[in-house]
Ligand binder design. Structure first.
Ligand SMILES: [Zn+2]
Length: 278
C-alpha cells in the first residue's frame, strides 16, 4: 500500500517534469534556435535538409539557421518500412543591433595577402562543422565553459566601424586574461590552432554533428586528437585574433548550423535531466 503510494508519487513527479520540459522547450524553434522532437516509437533514419539528425535521450535536435524564414519546416523519417514526414513551425525572432569600433583596421578589411589564409581557415572550419561522427555520452549535459560577463549575445546584428557584418555566431564571455576555460561537454578535440580572425582556437566534436568552438585564447591546453571530459581545462582567456579585449567567443554548431549557445544548453540540459540522467 505504502509502496504503491510512493510509486504513484514517482509517476506524478515524472509527468510534472515532462510537462515542465515541454513548456521550457516550446519556443526554441526560432531562426538560430533548436527544434526539439520527441521521437515516436519505431521511428528511424531521421533527416533534416537531407542531413542526419542528432538524437539525445529519445529526442531529435535540429539546429535552425539564423537566416531561416519563419514558417513551416519538416523532417523525414522511416517507420514500419514507410517514409514519413513530420511538419513543424519555425517562429519569428528579432535580434538586436550591436555597433563595434575596431582600432585595428586589418581586422575590419583584411590585407589582400591574408585572404588566401582566411579562405583556407574558413573551409577547414566549415568541414569540421559539417562532420557527423559517432555518438558521445552527453547524459551529463553541457556547462558554460567560462564564468564572466556576457558582452555579446548570439544573433546580434553587428557593425564593425559602421560596416554591416554577419550576425554574431556565438556568445561572448569576458573575463581576465589567463582565466581557465573548460570543455562544455564530453568530446574530442578536432582543431587546436592559431587562426586569423578567431585567434588561438579549439574545436570540440561532441558527436552526431554537435561541435563547439572556443576562440581568442591566450593559451591552448589541449591538442588535436585528444579526448576531453565535460569541465576539463582546455585553454586560457586571451584577446588573440579579432578581439577588442580578453574574452571567450563560444559557438555551438548543430547539423552544420550555428545556434544560440545559451538556448542549446537549456535544451540539452532539460532533455538529459528529464530522461533521469541514467
Ligand atoms: Zn564573439
Amino acid at each position: 500500500m505504502f509502496t504503491g503510494h510512493l510509486m504513484l508519487m514517482r509517476v506524478l513527479t515524472l509527468a510534472a517534469l515532462i510537462s515542465l520540459s515541454a513548456s521550457l522547450l516550446a519556443n526554441t524553434a526560432v531562426p538560430g534556435g533548436i527544434y526539439v522532437w520527441a521521437i515516436p516509437q519505431g521511428a528511424t533514419t531521421l533527416t533534416y535538409a537531407d542531413q542526419p539528425v542528432m538524437k539525445v535521450a529519445e529526442h531529435a535536435l535540429i539546429g535552425l539557421p539564423i537566416t531561416l524564414a519563419p514558417g513551416p519546416q519538416s523532417l523525414v523519417y522511416q517507420q514500419n518500412g514507410r517514409t514519413l514526414r513530420h511538419h513543424f513551425e519555425v517562429f519569428d525572432k528579432t535580434y538586436s543591433e550591436q555597433h563595434i569600433t575596431l582600432e585595428n583596421k586589418a581586422m575590419v578589411n583584411p590585407p589582400a595577402e591574408t585572404l588566401a589564409r582566411i579562405r583556407n581557415e574558413s573551409t577547414r572550419q566549415r568541414r569540421l562543422y559539417e562532420s557527423f561522427s559517432p555518438p558521445v555520452d552527453l547524459r551529463g549535459g553541457f556547462e558554460q565553459p567560462l564564468t564572466g560577463v556576457i558582452t555579446s549575445l548570439f544573433g546580434h546584428r553587428r557593425f564593425f566601424n559602421g560596416q554591416a557584418r554577419n550576425p554574431h555566431s556565438g556568445l561572448d564571455i569576458a573575463a581576465d586574461s589567463g582565466t581557465t576555460i573548460h570543455a562544455a561537454g564530453n568530446g574530442s578535440i578536432t582543431l587546436s590552432d592559431d587562426l586569423y580572425f578567431n585567434g588561438k582556437t579549439l574545436f570540440i566534436d561532441h558527436g552526431q554533428g554537435l561541435v563547439t568552438m572556443y576562440c581568442h585564447m591566450s593559451e591552448l591546453l589541449v591538442k588535436s586528437g585528444e579526448t576531453v571530459n565535460k569541465g576539463q581545462a582546455i585553454g586560457l582567456v586571451g584577446a588573440t585574433g579579432r578581439a577588442t579585449g580578453p574574452h571567450l567567443h563560444w559557438s555551438v554548431s548543430l547539423n552544420g548550423t550555428r545556434v544560440d549557445p545559451a538556448l542549446f544548453m537549456q535544451v540539452l540540459n532539460t532533455i538529459t535531466s528529464a530522461s533521469g540522467g541514467e
